[in-house]
Design a protein around this ligand. Structure first.
Ligand code: 5AD
Ligand code: SF4
Length: 476
């Protein structure tokens, strides 16, 4: 029987990569990828729980898809990922047509779970694994075709930020063995990908726990190893250095003429330190970009969020980073309206944002997540105050971004082109600092890394022109 699979992904880049892994495993089992839900026999939504809004979107989409089942009772509907782990069998109350509810740790079980549903025609809830068994990944891989690719280096999160549901949905940290990561990157390089983004909830704690039980034991263990046997410590900076050396020495295909680029996300400020910044500085392939979510500029709020750093320590870290890598580009995440946040607390955030001058920032209104410590607090910020602070911070960030974008006009940047832009003859690419750039050019630029002169700006994107012609040898 022909089985066609439609999968839609919500939430973070980890989820996007997870979805690729699911497509890989299931196509290896004989499934075909369907481009539209109407053409599928199995529909999976890979969901996110980080904010209420993300959950509502997935519930809404699944309710819409449930209608298809009335016409085709054989259709299998699955809700997987973070929301599945949280809501478990309650999903059936709102969505009785759903057949499968499987958490992030159960993604490698999907081939078996879907086969079981097909055979026995019964609903399954699979949410009990504490961690994903990284060493038992079923065969098969899939990647979105393109120039850039994601590589997951760790799963889960051991932090306990009081607003965040992720430790509950994704469980304890586990790191992938370095050899596997290096082999995956080598395959990607061979396949022509020119940029890899390493993914993890907190990439900076990489190396703490491998599937075989090895790895350093917490920050104290890491410090001891650093002092006593630094060469044996496999932490995130060491991994960056190993990857950088491998792509420099490796046999990249001839057609890959651009310098290979490495990025990573997300970094927790508590674990991002001089050792990381030095590795970033020393590794040619690592782009001059760091996403370092600060969440708030108020020490009182940071303490209540259990972030483990003060605004002063964060700013000191940024100064150190800027001393080591002067042209570093920075982005961040901010939450406004955390319970108990006063106007004074908010102003401290405004001051910090004004001081750091981020190249970009994701600004979120606090969303209570049931089961987190913060959700139990009774001093929630009224919705209209949250909205007002959100707008003020967005306004400030827009001003900073526009000023920083304008400062680019007239300068040159190395741009790796990823895909066509929206307009005719337009191409979209990124600088090493992760700024989006649009260039008009009659011939294909995707996959090329070119020197571009920045000529103008739009709200979030730079406009540019090629600083030199496309080399004849590789012109199309
Ligand atoms: N409410 C609002 N934003 C949140 N984030 C995480 N949890 C919440 C929440 N409960 C934001 C943080 C995090 C980003 C991925 O999502 O800023 O860094
Ligand atoms: Fe959403 Fe967080 Fe889960 Fe990613 S890890 S899908 S952001 S809840």
């Amino acid at each position: 029987m022909q089985r066609r699979l439609y999968l839609a992904s919500y939430g973070c880049q980890m989820n996007e990569r997870d979805s690729e892994e699911v497509l890989g495993m299931l196509t290896a089992q004989g499934y075909e990828i369907a481009e539209a839900p109407e053409a599928a026999d199995v529909i999976l939504l890979n969901t996110c729980s980080v904010r209420q809004h993300a959950e509502e979107r997935a519930y809404g989409k699944m309710a819409e898809l449930s209608a298809l089942k009335h016409e085709r009772p054989g259709l299998i509907l699955g809700l997987v990922g973070c929301m599945a782990k949280l809501h478990q069998a309650q999903v059936f109350k709102r969505l009785p047509e759903v057949d499968l509810v499987a958490g992030p740790a159960e993604l490698y079980d999907l081939p078996y779970l879907l086969a079981e549903i097909q055979e026995k025609r019964q609903r399954i809830v699979a949410v009990d694994r504490p961690v994903r068994p990284l060493d038992r990944k079923p065969a098969g891989d899939y990647r979105r075709p393109g120039i850039t690719a994601f590589v997951t280096i760790m799963e889960g999160c051991d932090k306990a930020c009081t607003y965040c549901i992720v430790p509950k949905t994704r469980g304890q940290e586990v790191s992938r063995p370095a050899e596997e990561i290096l082999a995956e990157i080598s395959r990607l390089v061979q396949a022509g990908y020119q940029e890899v983004t390493l993914l993890g909830q907190n990439v900076n704690s990489y190396g703490k726990r491998f599937p075989d039980g090895s790895g350093y034991q917490g920050p104290v263990g890491r410090r001891r190893l650093l002092e006593e046997e630094p060469d044996t410590l496999l932490d995130f900076p060491a991994l960056l250095r190993r990857i950088d050396a491998s792509v420099r020495n490796g046999d990249r295909p001839l057609r890959a003429q651009s310098p290979f680029r490495l990025r990573f996300t997300t970094s927790h400020p508590f674990d991002a330190n001089e050792r990381l910044f030095e590795a970033m500085r020393d590794c040619d392939s690592v782009c001059e970009w760091l996403h370092l979510p600060v969440q708030s500029g108020s020490n009182r709020v940071l303490r209540a969020m259990r972030r483990g750093y003060t605004a002063e320590a964060y700013l000191e870290n940024i100064s150190l980073l800027r001393r080591l890598i002067p042209d570093i580009s920075l982005s961040t995440d901010l939450i406004v309206g955390f319970p108990g946040e006063t106007e004074e607390d908010f102003e401290a955030t405004v001051r910090l944002v004004g001081e750091v001058r981020y190249d970009s920032a994701y600004i979120f209104k606090y969303s209570p997540r049931s089961g987190t410590d913060a959700a139990a607090r009774e001093d929630g910020v009224p919705q209209d105050v949250k909205e007002d602070r959100n707008q003020r911070l967005l306004g400030l960030q827009a001003e900073i971004e526009q000023a920083k974008q304008r400062a680019w006009v007239g300068r040159r940047a190395e741009v790796l082109f990823e895909r066509p832009g929206k307009g005719p003859s337009q191409w979209f690419g990124r600088t090493r600092g992760n700024h989006g750039v649009i260039v008009e050019h009659p011939a294909e630029l995707a996959g090329r890394s070119m020197d571009v002169t920045i000529t103008g700006t739009t709200a979030h994107t730079l406009l540019g022109a090629l600083a030199s012609p496309v080399p004849a040898a590789c012109a199309d």
